[in-house]
Design a protein around this ligand. Structure first.
Ligand code: 13P
Length: 287
């Protein structure tokens, strides 16, 4: 059964580790993440962007697929199904479809409007037992065609949103989605420290997990990060493994064209990436 991300993240924050959110794109992706979580006895969050939701045939399709896998693959570790960077409307669509967690990304609104809309969603999510992630300070990089420049969130604004009773808070600290440019300045630990001092027990979320060096990830966890989002890294691993299979001409040998064979190396590559991240984040054995 899907669970809200609340307990797993509060436990992670208190235990000084982080739970990974891995974005899913199809059946293979979903199965790879769920099986890896089970094999490593780790809690996990499946992230679904609005674009991925549309691609996979709608939110209800995803809920059906994930619930089916939890039962048939005998997944017993805590799993949350979470809308990533949701608009106000899509939060409601996911709540209705049976997601167990949503992110309302109101970071592009003036803070007053972000507060107003987040407040309404806190009420709805509390009534229905879902976890809610809010965002302050936009995360840079490209996500579903929207390019944002990484910025550092205002710690006072973070406190204002945290005080509304959200479950977890994403705050920009110089992180961006996708690959980091050569001249990236790194994470602003000063900002993170200031945010955690004001928001105290609130689990903080680090977006743009791809390409952040291991030492920065570890330091961010010591400063209150309890959820780390990874998307691009699984995509790169999947693409590289699939490219290798095709370039080696394996699809031309015997029944190598069978989609189950074509997609197998990419599936294994996602599993390896997810395992590596779970080890780095410290969530292995914490289910
Ligand atoms: P990356 O694609 O950089 O790993 O970021 C993922 C993310 O933050 C999803 O919200």
């Amino acid at each position: 059964m899907l669970v809200s991300a609340k307990d797993m993240l509060n436990k992670a924050k208190a235990g000084h580790y982080a739970v990974g959110q891995f974005n899913i794109n199809n059946l293979e992706w979903t199965k790879a993440v769920l099986l890896t979580a089970q094999e490593n006895n780790s809690p996990v969050i499946l992230g679904v962007s609005e674009g991925a939701g549309k691609y996979m045939g709608g939110y209800k399709t995803i809920v059906g697929m994930v619930n089916g896998m939890l039962e048939e693959l005998k997944i017993t570790v805590p799993v949350a199904l979470h809308l990533d960077h949701g608009s106000y409307d899509h939060c409601y669509k996911c709540i209705d479809a049976g997601f167990s967690s949503v992110m309302f990304d109101g970071s592009h609104y003036p803070i007053e409007e972000n507060v107003e809309k987040t407040k309404e969603l806190v009420k709805v999510c509390n009534e229905k037992g879902l976890s809610l992630e809010a965002e302050v300070g936009s995360i840079g990089g490209e996500e579903d065609g929207v390019i944002g420049m990484g910025e550092c969130a205002d710690p006072q604004e973070c406190k204002a949103i945290a005080d509304l009773g959200v479950t977890m808070l994403a705050a920009g600290i110089g992180n961006i989605h996708g690959k980091y440019p050569e001249n990236w300045a790194g994470l602003s630990f000063e900002t993170l420290d200031a945010i955690q001092k004001l928001t105290k027990d609130m689990p903080l979320v680090l977006h743009g997990g791809t390409g952040i060096p291991a030492d920065m990830i570890k330091k961010a966890i010591t400063l209150g990060v309890a959820k780390i989002n990874v998307n691009t890294e699984c995509q790169l691993a999947f693409a590289a493994a699939t490219r290798k299979y095709i370039e080696e001409g394996k699809d031309l040998q015997g029944k190598g064209f069978d989609p189950r064979k074509v997609l197998a190396p990419g599936f294994e590559a996602i599993k390896a990436t997810v395992k590596e991240k779970m080890e780095l984040f410290g969530s292995v054995g914490q289910a």
